[in-house]
Design a protein around this ligand. Structure first.
Ligand SMILES: Cc1ncc(COP(=O)(O)O)c(C=O)c1O
Length: 398
């Protein structure tokens, strides 16, 4: 099947906008949106039947399909609201002692960092940080940053790494890092918000302790739809951060299956999303289309703006997202505070692109410079990035 503009007929795309920000929000096929609406209708028309019978049948079926998709035993998978929900649940459950340290890194997603800091404070853990500097020359150098930190701080008992980081879209060398951490008995939580759907995944082989993801980003399901992998040895004492009547039920998966009368219908759309993926040509073709479009768009923009893209080795470039330096725009100076801190928003340009030019993307300041993050998904085509190219060139000439 062909990808590009023709896909806009079957996806919930607002055609008044150029949507090149799937990495932030995801995209849902119209049929799947309607399927979810039908489930909500069923839930409203007969809540007793839905919550006491249908809900569990659908939860089980969709959990099995998700487990199969991420290469895991379904006994190790629970469905969550999102990555944040899974990460919070890990942090309240992980078997660390007061005084132990958790290692994070400077490109960590803010919600993940804040959850870590909050729960670490409550449980008496320290939080240590790996300062990742750009450029990154090769994977070994990157892994060494972590190795050095573990050498210097023997109190580190757990690490939180990304699979694909967000604002700075790097595909992490997770296999190499896993080897390092395993050799040293470090507990690993992978923030996999952007993993499944952007790359194929086999969690049994990768074997982290925990892996938390948001399937709504790259898998054609509605928000909120997350998944969490928990290795068997943690099941007994693993708790959902949202406690309900089933908070201590066994096996631990039951602690996530029913969160009082909460609408979890988004979670019951995975089967339909698999049908959609097969209908349009399969996951491999989707991954191939998105990554080659991203490569071509990145090259074209960098040449037209005479700037550069994220300085990381090819093997660490995220398949469907790219970070490109913006040319100087005198009329839109970057905020003063951007020079002092690693990340800051660049709201003036963001709003201009969104409101005036209807280009939905992500712009921010990194190390005091202005960057733009673009995404690719099967409804995108080169002409959309060309429009972005021209708008930025116009703004830079104002
Ligand atoms: C790396 C990373 N982690 C966590 C999250 C949080 O995801 P959610 O809002 O679905 O919980 C995001 C969202 O963009 C992300 O990019």
């Amino acid at each position: 099947m062909e990808f590009g503009d023709c896909m806009k007929d079957v996806l919930m795309v607002n055609e008044d906008y150029i949507m090149i920000n799937t990495g932030s929000w995801g995209i849902v096929p119209k049929d799947i949106f309607n399927h979810r609406m039908n489930l909500i209708r069923l839930q409203e028309e007969n809540p007793r039947y839905f919550f006491c019978e249908k809900h569990f049948e659908l939860y089980e079926k969709n959990t099995s399909l998700v487990a199969n998709f991420v290469g895991a035993d379904e006994r190790n998978i629970v469905l969550t609201d999102n990555t944040t929900h899974g990460i919070n649940s890990c942090l309240i459950s992980v078997p660390l002692s007061e005084g132990d340290a958790i290692l994070v890194h400077s490109f960590i997603y803010l919600a993940t960092l804040k959850a870590t800091e909050k729960i670490a404070k409550q449980r008496g853990f320290k939080v240590r940080n790996v300062d990742i500097k750009l450029p990154i020359n090769d994977e070994e150098e990157f892994v060494q940053l972590f190795e050095q930190k573990l050498e210097n701080f023997p109190d580190i008992k757990m690490v939180i790494i990304d699979h694909i980081s967000s604002s700075v879209p790097i595909l992490w060398p997770v296999e190499k890092l896993m080897k390092l951490f395993k050799d040293r008995n470090i507990i690993v939580l992978i923030d996999g918000a952007h993993g499944p759907g952007q790359v194929s995944l086999n969690l049994t082989e990768l074997d982290p302790d925990f892996y938390s993801a948001s399937l709504h980003k790259w898998n054609f399901v509605p928000r909120s739809f997350g998944m969490l992998y928990v290795k068997e040895k943690y099941h007994e004492d693993f708790y959902n951060i949202i406690s309900g009547a089933r908070y201590d039920w066994k096996p631990f998966r039951k602690r996530f299956q029913y969160l009082s009368a909460r609408d979890q219908t988004s979670l019951f759309c995975f089967e339909k999303s698999r049908e959609f993926v097969e209908k349009v040509g399969g996951m491999d073709n989707i991954i191939k289309y998105n990554s080659s479009l991203m490569k071509a768009a990145t090259k074209m923009l960098v040449e037209a703006w005479n700037t550069s893209y994220l300085p990381v080795p090819n093997s660490m470039m995220a398949p469907n997202m790219s970070l490109i330096k913006l040319p100087c725009m005198k009329k839109y100076p970057i905020p003063e505070e951007a020079k002092e801190i690693l990340f800051t928003d660049y709201p003036e340009l963001l709003f201009k692109l969104n409101e005036e030019f209807h280009i939905n993307t992500s712009v921010f300041c990194l190390n005091g410079e202005a960057w733009i993050r673009i995404s690719s998904q099967i409804f995108n085509s080169m002409h959309e990035y060309e429009k972005l190219r021209d708008v930025i060139l116009t703004l830079s000439n104002e």
